[in-house]
Design a protein around this ligand. Structure first.
Ligand code: HEC
Ligand code: HEC
Length: 361
C-alpha cells in the first residue's frame, strides 16, 4: 500500500480518494476520543496547521452549495470529513445517510479588501456539526484577533466588522455569532438537529478540487463515498443559482428554499405561520400568495397579504425582507443586514406573477 499512498501524495484529490480506503486510512487525521470536545478548533485535526489559511487536512473535502444562506455579506468555507472506510447513503430528495465520525464544517469570514485578495480574510467563527452515537452535535469556535487560534464558544455574541467591497466602499457593520442554542432553530425546528446543505439539490454543482471543475456529487461518487452510485448528472434534482441565468421563478424558489425554508416548512420552527417556503410546497396560499398573515399591523407594514401577485410594494414578504427592525426583519436571525440582492430577486418574481392582485372583499 505504501506505493499507492506515496503516489497519492502527489495529487490532492487522489489523497482525498486515498483517505476513503480503509487500508490507508491513517492519512485521515484521528478524531479526539468520543465524548471529548477539544477546546480549540485545531484539536479536531480538520485543517493544516492552525487552520488560519483554511487549507483542509488530507481527507477533508471542501464543497459549496448552490443557494447559500445569506449571512451579512460574510464569505463561507465549507468542508466535509467522512470517516475512513464508511460510505454515505445517497438520496435524491431526502437527507443523505452518514456514519458516526462525519464532521461538517462551515467557517465565516470577511474579506479585508474585496479588491485585493492578497490582503486576505478575517476569520470570525468556524461552526461544526459532529456526528456521534447516531446524533449530530453543534459546536462553534471563535477566531482570535491575531487569527492564530479558534476557541470553543457557546454563548454567542455581536462583533463590529469592517470590510471593503468591490467598489472600494468600506462597510462598518455588526456581525452576530449565534449561540449554540440558536442552531436548532434552523437545523432542527421541531425535529432533531440535522445538516441543511448536505443534500443533492444543494450540492449538485461544480467545484474545482485542483484538477479543474467537476460536479461535486460525481466527485464524491468517484472517491467511493456512496453505498450506491447516484443517478447521473442531469437526472438529479437540483436548485437554481439564485443569481444565475435560470428562469426567474426557479431562481426565486431556490432562494426561498436556501434562505427561509429551514424555518418556513412543515416541521420547521415557524411551521405555525402557515408560510411554507420549501421547494416541495406547491400550495399557493402556503407560499404566501394572497395569504393573510398571522400578525397584522405594524409588523406587517400595515399590508394585507404576504404576497400580492404583481405588487411587490404591497407584499409583506418584501417589506419584511427589506426591514432592519429586529422584530420585523426576515429572516428572523442570525443575520442583521437585509440581503439586497435577495430582496430584489423576490421583488422581480412577485412583479412578474401573471394573475395580478388579491381579492380584498
Ligand atoms: C438562520 C438559520 C441558521 C442558523 C441559526 C444556523 N444555521 Fe447552520 N446552516 C443554515 C443553512 C441554511 C445551511 C446550509 C446552507 C449554507 O451552507 O449556506 C447551514 C449550514 C451549516 C453547516 C454546513 C453543513 C450543512 O448543514 O449543510 C454547518 C456545519 C452549520 N450550518 C452549523 C451551524 C451551527 C453550529 C449553528 C449554531 C451555532 C448554526 N449552523 C446556526 C442555517 C442556519
Ligand atoms: C430563523 C427562522 C426564520 C427564518 C430563517 C425565516 N423566518 Fe419568516 N418567520 C419566522 C417566524 C417565527 C415567523 C412568525 C412570527 C412573525 O410573524 O414574526 C415568521 C413569519 C414570516 C412572515 C409572516 C407570515 C405569515 O403569514 O404570518 C413572512 C412573510 C416571513 N416570515 C417571510 C420570511 C422570508 C421571505 C424568509 C427568508 C428570506 C424568512 N421569513 C425566513 C421565522 C423565520
Amino acid at each position: 500500500m505504501k506505493t499507492r499512498c506515496a503516489l497519492a501524495l502527489l495529487s490532492l484529490s487522489l489523497v482525498a480518494g486515498c483517505a476513503f480506503d480503509e487500508e490507508i486510512s491513517p492519512l485521515l487525521p484521528p478524531l479526539p476520543p468520543p465524548g471529548t470536545i477539544p477546546e480549540t478548533l485545531a484539536g479536531w485535526g480538520l485543517f493544516r496547521g492552525n487552520g488560519a489559511t483554511q487549507e483542509p487536512a488530507l481527507g477533508v473535502i471542501p464543497y459549496e452549495v448552490i443557494a447559500p444562506l445569506f449571512s451579512d455579506y460574510s464569505i463561507k468555507h465549507r468542508f466535509i470529513r467522512l470517516p475512513a472506510g464508511k460510505k454515505m447513503t445517497y438520496s435524491d430528495t431526502s437527507k443523505w445517510g452518514v456514519s458516526d465520525g462525519t464532521i461538517l464544517v462551515k467557517t465565516f469570514a470577511f474579506p479585508r479588501d474585496t479588491r485585493a485578495s492578497g490582503k486576505g480574510e478575517r476569520l470570525i467563527e468556524t461552526r461544526l456539526l459532529v456526528r456521534e452515537a447516531g446524533l449530530w452535535s453543534v459546536l462553534v469556535y471563535k477566531w482570535n484577533d491575531e487569527q492564530t487560534e479558534a476557541r470553543r464558544f457557546v454563548a454567542g455574541t455581536r462583533l463590529p466588522i469592517s470590510w471593503i467591497d468591490e467598489m472600494g466602499q468600506t462597510h462598518e457593520q455588526t456581525y452576530r455569532i449565534p449561540s449554540t442554542e440558536d442552531c436548532k432553530t434552523c437545523h432542527g425546528g421541531k425535529e432533531e438537529v440535522e445538516p441543511l446543505g448536505l443534500r443533492t439539490r444543494q450540492l449538485d454543482r461544480t467545484f474545482d478540487h485542483g484538477e479543474g471543475p467537476e460536479n461535486q456529487i460525481d466527485y464524491l461518487a468517484r472517491l467511493g463515498s456512496f453505498e450506491q452510485a447516484p443517478p447521473r448528472a442531469g437526472e438529479r434534482p437540483r436548485l437554481s443559482d439564485p443569481m444565475g441565468d435560470d428562469p426567474l421563478a426557479a431562481r426565486a424558489r431556490s432562494y426561498l428554499e436556501g434562505n427561509c425554508a429551514h424555518c418556513h416548512r412543515q416541521g420547521g420552527d415557524s411551521q405555525s405561520s402557515g408560510l411554507w417556503l420549501n421547494l416541495e410546497n406547491e400550495a399557493r396560499e402556503h407560499l404566501g400568495i394572497c395569504k393573510i398573515p398571522l400578525a397584522a399591523g405594524r409588523g406587517a407594514g400595515n399590508l394585507d397579504f404576504d404576497i400580492v401577485p404583481g405588487e411587490p410594494d404591497q407584499s409583506i414578504m418584501v417589506f419584511r425582507m427589506e426591514s432592519t427592525e429586529p422584530d420585523i426583519k426576515m429572516p428572523e436571525m442570525p443575520s442583521l443586514e437585509p440581503d439586497r440582492s435577495g430582496a430584489q430577486l423576490i421583488r422581480e418574481w412577485i412583479a412578474a406573477m401573471s394573475t395580478k392582485g388579491c381579492n380584498t372583499n
